[in-house]
Write a protein that binds this ligand. Structure first.
Ligand SMILES: *Cc1c(COP(=O)(O)O)cnc(C)c1O
Length: 395
């Protein structure tokens, strides 16, 4: 499919499908298999050393998903892992060795940070956290042993947009590679490899699967890095089940239709929230006037349904009164499914390069596929509960 010049919506519909044949199916079936059989010694020798000798190395279902993901983001190779976090840790371990230096955005997904602070540190790999808004000034932090510059744009709690082209240029001038957590961007809204990224990672758990029922990660790479990362991935024995790959491929088919709705709804809810007196800031890069909007417009072709609101300082029981009583928004740690979620977060605990400035509660919202007016009514009722607690506290 990669050679056919069609748009992402068309790729989503046609990539990773089987050759047309008599009695062929629209969807690649679930190949549940640990053992692959060979009819003769010659056949066994012919495939030996290639990828397809044993179930752990993949099957037609996982290969269909890998090839669709490569087509969508313009990658050379893809590897599926049991979770988004395992994709991140596998890619970091495959590219770093003792004595290397890693530059990591201060806005990174917190479990990635813990991996750097504990496992990478124990292996003699040093991490320096940098201000996500650093841009080309990252030059001052580059060392001769800086091997990887890690970006995540926007950050999934605090939504800083990073200047990835500027950062990539400096990284490459210094011989370092650029690794991205592209979960928010998705394979269709941020063309990572065109913006200088060498390794793009997704928590497929979020929008790719899209239905809150499978955990999965994917590592996408350039041709230059593929053999090394694939080799390491293989040594670790990472694999996903054909059933999960089937569900992810099924989710992927509707990615653009879902994202269109997620961003339409998110924009309506975000605009309504921006007009509420308790909301100091809406952190949604797709909203004009929001932090990072200019970079989002320059580099991205769309947005998703995840953003945050910075509220004014208030007693903890006020925010609890709002969140505990939500009828449509569920409280939970994920996002990217069809349903709306709301979460109280505290980024101040995990910042070291640039302290978090917000004084009041930071609330993250995932806007699902419900009708936006119903979501706004749920939030309106929540803000009224919050207001009565504030009024009672200060009266
Ligand atoms: C959820 C998430 C991950 C981890 O994915 P899991 O599948 O939950 O391990 C990584 N990065 C970001 C930005 C995420 O939101």
């Amino acid at each position: 499919m990669q050679n056919l010049k069609v748009r992402p919506e068309t790729l989503l519909t046609h990539s990773g499908r089987e050759e047309r044949k008599i009695g062929g199916t629209v969807n690649t079936p679930v190949y549940r298999a640990s053992t692959l059989l060979f009819p003769t010694i010659d056949a066994l020798h012919a495939v030996h050393g290639t990828l397809h000798t044993y179930g752990r190395h993949g099957n037609p279902t996982t290969r269909a998903l890998e090839s669709a993901l490569c087509d969508l983001e313009g990658a050379y190779g893809a590897m599926l892992t049991p979770s988004g976090l395992s994709a991140l840790t596998c890619a970091l371990l495959a590219t770093l060795k003792p004595g290397d230096h890693l530059l990591m955005t201060d806005s990174v997904y917190d479990p990635t940070r813990t991996f750097c602070d504990e496992t990478l540190k124990r292996m003699g790999i040093e991490t320096t956290y940098y201000d996500p808004l650093i841009g080309a000034d990252i030059r001052a932090l580059m060392r001769p042993n800086t091997r990887v510059v890690f970006v995540e744009s926007p950050g999934s709690l605090t939504f800083e947009m990073q200047d990835i082209p500027a950062i990539s240029q400096v990284a490459h001038e210094h011989g370092a590679l650029v690794m991205l957590d592209n979960t928010w961007g998705t394979p269709i809204h941020f063309a990572s490899f065109k913006h200088g990224v060498d390794v793009s990672i997704h928590a497929a758990t979020k929008y790719i699967v899209g239905h809150s029922d499978v955990l999965m990660g994917v590592i996408l790479t350039t041709e230059a890095l593929y053999p090394r990362i694939r080799g390491f991935y293989r040594q670790l024995g990472l694999t996903v089940s054909a059933d999960d790959a089937y569900l992810a491929l099924r989710g992927l088919r509707t990615l653009s239709a879902r994202l269109e709705r997620h961003q339409h709804n998110a924009r309506q809810v975000a605009e309504w929230l921006a007009a509420q007196p308790e909301v100091e800031k809406v952190l949604y890069p797709a909203l004009s006037g929001a932090p990072g909007h200019a970079i989002w417009r320059r580099d991205f072709t769309g947005a998703c349904g995840l953003f945050a609101i910075q509220l004014e300082p208030m007693p903890p029981q006020a925010i609890a009164a709002m969140l505990d009583g939500m009828k449509l928004f569920g409280m939970g740690f994920s996002w990217g499914g069809f349903e709306s979620l709301i979460l109280l977060t505290d980024p101040s605990k995990s910042r070291t390069a640039k302290p978090w400035q917000g004084k009041g509660p930071l609330v993250r919202l995932h806007i699902g596929l419900e009708h936006p007016e119903d979501l706004i009514a749920d939030l309106d009722a929540g803000l009224n509960r919050l207001r009565s607690v504030i009024d009672a506290t200060y009266s």
